[in-house]
Design a protein around this ligand. Structure first.
Ligand code: NI
Length: 173
């Protein structure tokens, strides 16, 4: 947080099948896996291009098709639209805001689309965490970090503190 590239509007990728974008994607996957994160956007590795990666791990999944565990997905030039006005509040962390967690309102149901690295088109409907991670990563492409989406800054906390509290009582947001 604070690096200018994280405040920029990222540029669209002209050719999703190109070697340069594939090298970028490999770097992003490695970075996300090293950090044990659920998602990453290209500006986080200091490349201002519209590329995000994410997955929905078992422990963050729900029991609908739209919130089910989802394997690693690469989305190039992603777009999304909310399907309803409903938002819910959930805890988010970010590799670019290390050590902190915040409760962030996000649309509960979205439709998103973009291109896969082989040039094919991806279009999906997503709910709950799946919808959340896509919105979080797409925000990075527009220079927005999650604290800017928070509506109650009292819910910005150290991750270690949140963990301590969670051990005492279930977290309610
Ligand atoms: Ni992030």
């Amino acid at each position: 947080m604070g690096h200018p590239v994280l405040r920029q509007i990222a540029e669209p990728v002209q050719d999703p099948t190109g070697q340069r974008v594939h090298a970028l994607i490999r770097n992003m996957i490695e970075t996300m896996q090293d950090a044990d994160g659920a998602g990453l956007a290209a500006p986080q590795v200091h490349v201002p291009r519209r590329v995000v990666i994410f997955h929905v791990p078992e422990e963050r999944s729900g029991d609908t098709e739209e919130s089910a565990p989802t394997p690693l997905t690469v989305l190039i030039n992603p777009e999304f639209e909310p399907l309803t006005d409903e938002k819910n509040l959930g805890w988010e962390g970010c590799l670019s805001v290390p050590g902190l967690m915040g409760a962030v309102p996000r649309f509960t149901n979205i439709r998103y689309s973009g291109f896969a690295p082989d040039g094919s088109r991806i279009e999906r409907v997503a709910e709950d965490f799946h919808a959340r991670v896509v919105q979080h990563e797409c925000d990075h492409l527009d220079g927005i970090l999650y604290p800017q989406r928070m509506t109650d800054m009292r819910r910005l906390t150290f991750a270690a503190e949140l963990e301590r509290q969670a051990r005492r009582a279930p977290v309610e947001v």
